[in-house]
Design a protein around this ligand. Structure first.
Ligand code: ADP
Length: 481
């Protein structure tokens, strides 16, 4: 159990508490007349003390006059008053020094008023402290009771400052041994040292095996909530991961099971000769088209399932000059001379990755450019280096474009701007989803810029680690009308 407020970062350490506390709730006072004016009670005590001083001095003067020595008697009386005040001041200092709380005695002078004010301030401070501790305990108990593992760690040293009960269950941290432990080392074999070093830029880890039990799947998120302290939140996503796996298996199995019957139907359709029954020609054509579509759909679903099951690709040198030649040939075949196709290789470099998968991604983009660009439009495929030392492959068309509202969802499975247009052009709605998965396996990004009626640019952005210098000079631009 790590619910002790003592292990929770102290409020005195600054931003942690200051940012979260509701100060009204801990009793800071509201309006006060200000430093130059007094409350009526204090004002009257002050006036009374001044009056008493005047009275003592007047009495001493009178006594002095009667005795025939007014000044010496007045001086003695004044000294007496000063001594009395010094004695009172000493008492107050002693009490404050000893942190004593003394209830104000009776009396209505300035010293009694000072006692009363000091007592009131001390009482307020005590109340505030009590409320702060209560709030701290409540926060601490709430954080400890969270079902997600929460670890507070020091930013620079990455050492553990505090963690809740769930951190013991999900991450295997134990109190008090792991307080001040280096988190990266402590959570081995979970590879998070490098991730923690990413700090503010660390992307959440969506699925990782728990160091306690590899069957326990965790999602990890780093929240840099102050300059010195970070919060690591780990959530148990085992159930979600299992469900996701079931969904993937289901889609893969259904697609696989559909393959054989489709091949049979396809085979029989091919055997039917339309010339024998001319009136059946349109029906047979439609049946062939639909069975072709279904086959493509099954193939795309199987491709997606295969990609989703992969964590990485087998790296090889991907010869980009021949890749670009192939893409151009495919674009020309699909376009049937309907578009101006422009291919440019400005990178003079190759990529590191899977030739088969990258070809599949690029040719999907090229296919889309042709399918969604009316005859007479232009398509440009360009491979270039980027400023950060990486490389980009972009496919630009002068086609229909995509309305901005659709862009955030365009890479989702079966998401289409126009279902009928996609179907007419032989689309399955899975192309961009496949592209995104392939790029993800290459730690690359897909960027989409589009304007309705002007065209779209799909850019695959690869990091420097995926770029290989090419021995030969870049091929000259290949342009076909
Ligand atoms: P589909 O098989 O329907 O083309 P994709 O996943 O490849 O599926 O594309 C999803 C949708 O994105 C398409 O239905 C289309 O609406 C839009 N789209 C993709 N590429 C382009 C493009 N180059 N120009 C205009 N729209 C496009």
């Amino acid at each position: 159990m790590v619910t002790d407020a003592g292990v929770f970062p102290k409020p005195a350490h600054g931003p942690y508490y200051r940012r979260n506390a509701n100060f009204d709730a801990v009793g800071f006072r509201g309006i006060h007349p200000g430093p130059s004016t007094m409350l009526p009670q204090t004002q009257s005590a002050w006036t009374r003390t001044l009056g008493q001083l005047a009275l003592v001095l007047a009495a001493a003067l009178l006594l002095g006059l009667l005795a025939g020595h007014p000044w010496p008697v007045l001086a003695v009386a004044a000294l007496g008053v000063v001594a009395w005040h010094y004695w009172k001041l000493r008492n107050v200092l002693l009490r404050l020094d000893a942190r004593q709380r003394v209830e104000p005695a009776g009396g209505r002078g300035a010293w009694t008023e000072l006692d009363r004010l000091l007592y009131r301030t001390q009482e307020e401070m005590r109340g505030r402290k009590r409320r702060l501790v209560e709030m701290l305990r409540a926060y601490s108990a709430a954080a400890a009771a969270l079902p997600d593992a929460v670890v507070v760690l020091e930013r620079n040293s990455q050492r553990v400052r505090w963690f809740n009960d769930a951190a013991t269950r999900l991450l295997g941290l134990h109190y008090p041994d792991d307080i001040e432990a280096a988190l990266g080392e402590r959570l081995q074999p979970l590879p998070i040292s490098h991730w923690l070093a990413g700090g503010r830029h660390a992307e959440p880890i969506m699925d990782a095996a728990s160091p306690v039990d590899p069957a326990l799947r965790l999602s990890l998120r780093l929240i840099p909530y102050s300059d010195e302290l970070w919060l690591l939140v780990a959530r148990d996503v085992s159930k979600l991961t299992r469900l996701e796996q079931m969904r993937r298996d289901f889609v893969a199995n259904v697609s696989h099971e559909l393959r054989t019957p489709l091949t049979v139907v396809h085979g029989y359709l091919d055997m039917l000769d339309p010339e024998e029954q001319p009136e059946w020609t349109p029906i047979l054509d439609e049946m062939r088209r639909q069975s072709q579509r279904m086959t493509q759909l099954v193939e795309d679903l199987l491709t997606l399932s295969r990609l989703e099951a992969q964590d990485s690709v087998e790296d090889e040198d991907v010869a980009m000059d021949s890749m670009l030649v192939t893409l151009r040939r495919e674009a020309e075949a699909l376009s049937q001379r309907g578009h101006g196709i422009h291919v440019e290789d400005r990178a003079g470099a190759d990529l590191l990755g899977s030739t088969r998968e990258l070809h599949s991604a690029f040719s999907n983009l090229v296919g889309n450019a042709v399918r969604y660009t009316p005859t007479g439009g232009r398509i440009a495929i360009e491979f270039a280096r980027s400023d950060d030392g990486g490389a980009t492959l972009s496919v630009r068309d002068s086609g229909l474009g995509i309305p901005t509202a659709h862009l955030p969802r365009i890479t989702e499975r079966f998401y289409r701007v126009s279902t009928s247009r996609s179907r007419e052009s032989g689309g399955t709605g899975l192309g961009l989803s496949i592209v995104k998965h392939i790029l993800h396996l290459h730690q690359a990004r897909l960027e989409i810029e589009s304007e309705v009626g002007q065209g779209s640019t799909f850019t695959c952005r690869f990091g420097p680690e995926r770029v290989r210098e090419r021995a030969t000079a870049p091929a000259p631009p290949v342009i076909t009308p």
